[in-house]
Write a protein that binds this ligand. Structure first.
Ligand code: KIV
Ligand code: ZN
Length: 522
């Protein structure tokens, strides 16, 4: 049985998804969960790309102990130096150097000959070797590179001391058979390649990233690269959870295993979805809300008789085995605390108390709260964004024939209550304009998404917003039985983060009206 290493690049390739912008703290939170999931390598970022990326790689390197922490670097000394510095506290550091090899990249992007590519890559690996014992070399766009040139690239990587050779299908162009052939061909032509670990890195432009990764396993690679939920550039990367669960479920076919703790998959998927704001489609394999749901009568009947009729794996395998014992408005603090523990949250008493207050308010409006509701509530409140502004209430006047008008009351720094009103193009717009007046800072709403946490008329609605100001993008999430309230909460959370990120200590003095002094405030 071969062990396949899992190289997670959620924080690097995944963060390259359009609209995704993770803070350093969020990256560390994801990295620690990836460590719990048991991934072998965590690509924390591209240290030379920006000071923010550098700091994130450094923070992940300090926090993670069991997985290897990786930084990407172009094949230049400056990038390798940045990676080295950022990774200096890592328990198991790994340098990931890349250079494109395909004719189209050589000619148009790099303006380099084959010889120049080989020379630059060799120099970079040799330089990196002075500081790192683990070095992965990636031949970017290997999928469209001449096979014989890939053989030369592989020989160069072996000769200069790379420990991993990655042959990515950068543009998601190949079929499984073609991708497998590349690995087999190169391995046959370069007998010394056995000294290295071969790695597969697939993109999903034609929807074949997972199939291609599995074909690479069949062809003998020792490592698969991908992201949680398959997020990433364009159509994304191979979804790690799908690859790992396929290997486990079809171990009769793949004589291989990963070291992942598959039971952490559901939690990891939820965390990545929450922090990136990329919702997981209901029908997504392994982690979609419907992945283990059975709708039709015939299927339900089969399931009741024998689960294997329609289920090839049990939901517990990937951590979907929550009790779904419902809590309601009569549930006490003790039951609530116990449920949080069962769901894997270890929280301080004060956090539990705060959450309990929110839980009671929601349970008053929603008959029952199941595990997904409780998780959504906890994850909304676990953010450490300073509560500069917090929503007291809003009132909305809205009708199909009238202009939506919102009145909001917001507590500022826990003391001052500010009331404002505004009209908008729609109800959410009116609420946001009123909040803007309270805050006194113009922000750009970059993204707004809404989803329901569970099913049914009283399902919790979850809103995700992204705001931008002065080049800083932040996100916020809000959860409520009422989508307008969830929208207001998400916006205020994002505003709080923006104030922290922009170093605003206080709202501009002359804006808004203090309750009591304002006609709207009382
Ligand atoms: O897709 C790709 O080629 C990459 C490399 C940097 C490995 O992400
Ligand atoms: Zn990639």
């Amino acid at each position: 049985m071969r062990t396949i290493k899992i190289f997670d690049t959620t924080l690097r390739d995944g963060e390259q998804s359009p609209g995704v912008n993770l803070s350093q703290k969020e990256k560390v939170e994801i990295a620690l969960q990836l460590e719990r999931l048991g991934v072998d390598l965590i690509e924390a970022g591209f240290a030379a790309a920006s000071p923010g990326d550098f700091a994130s790689v450094q923070a992940v390197a300090k926090a993670v102990k069991n997985s290897s922490v990786v930084s990407l670097a172009r094949s230049v000394k400056k990038d390798i130096d940045a990676a080295r510095e950022a990774l200096k506290d890592a328990e198991h550091p790994c340098l990931h150097i890349f250079l494109a090899t395909s004719p189209i990249h050589r000619e148009y992007k790099l303006c380099m000959t084959k010889e120049q590519v080989l020379e630059q890559a060799a120099e970079a690996i040799a330089y990196g070797k002075k500081f790192f014992s683990e070095i992965e070399f990636s031949a970017e766009d290997a999928g469209r590179t001449e096979l014989d040139f890939l053989v030369e690239v592989a020989q160069m990587a072996v000769k200069n001391g790379a420990t991993v050779l990655n042959l990515p299908d950068t543009v998601g162009y190949l079929t499984p058979a073609e991708y497998a052939h590349i690995f087999k061909y190169v391995a046959e032509q370069v007998p010394d390649l056995g000294k290295l670990r071969l790695s597969a890195h697939c993109h999903d432009d034609l929807g074949m990233a997972v199939a291609n990764s599995l074909a690479a396993v069949e062809a003998g690679v020792g490592q698969i690269e991908g992201t949680i939920n398959g997020i990433g550039e364009r159509a994304g990367n191979a979804a790690i959870e799908e690859v790992a669960v396929a290997i486990e479920t079809r171990k009769d076919f793949y004589p291989a295993a990963t070291r992942l703790n598959l039971r952490e998959i559901a939690r990891t998927s939820r965390l990545v979805s929450k922090l990136t704001g990329m919702f997981v489609p209901g029908n997504k394999a392994v982690v979609g809300a419907n992945a283990f749901a059975h709708e039709s009568g015939i299927h339900q009947d089969g399931m009741l008789k024998n689960e294997a009729t329609y289920e090839i794996m049990r939901p517990e395998l990937v951590g979907h085995d929550r009790t779904n014992l419902v809590l309601g408005k009569h549930s006490g603090r003790h039951a609530f605390r116990e449920r949080l523990k069962d769901l894997g949250y270890t929280l301080a008493d004060e956090q539990v108390n705060q959450l309990f207050v929110r839980f009671k308010k929601l349970a008053d409006r929603k008959k029952t709260m199941d595990d997904d509701d409780v998780i959504a509530l906890v994850e909304e409140r676990l953010d450490d964004s300073a509560e500069i502004f917090s929503l007291e209430y809003f009132h909305l006047s809205y009708g199909t024939q009238s202009v939506p008008t919102a009145t909001v009351r917001v507590t500022y720094k826990g003391e001052q209550v500010i009331g404002e009103a505004a009209c908008g193009n729609g109800s959410v717009d009116a609420i946001y304009k009123a909040i803007d007046r309270v805050v006194g800072v113009d922000v750009e709403l970059v993204d707004y998404k809404i989803a329901s946490v569970t099913h049914g008329k009283d399902a919790l609605g979850e809103v995700f917003v992204q705001l931008r100001k002065d080049g800083v993008t932040v996100q916020g999430r809000g959860v409520s039985t009422d989508v307008l309230e969830a929208s207001a909460r998400a916006y205020i959370e994002a505003v709080n983060r923006l104030f922290v990120r922009l170093g605003h200590d206080s709202r501009p003095a002359a804006v808004g009206a203090v309750a009591g002094a304002s006609a709207l405030g009382s």
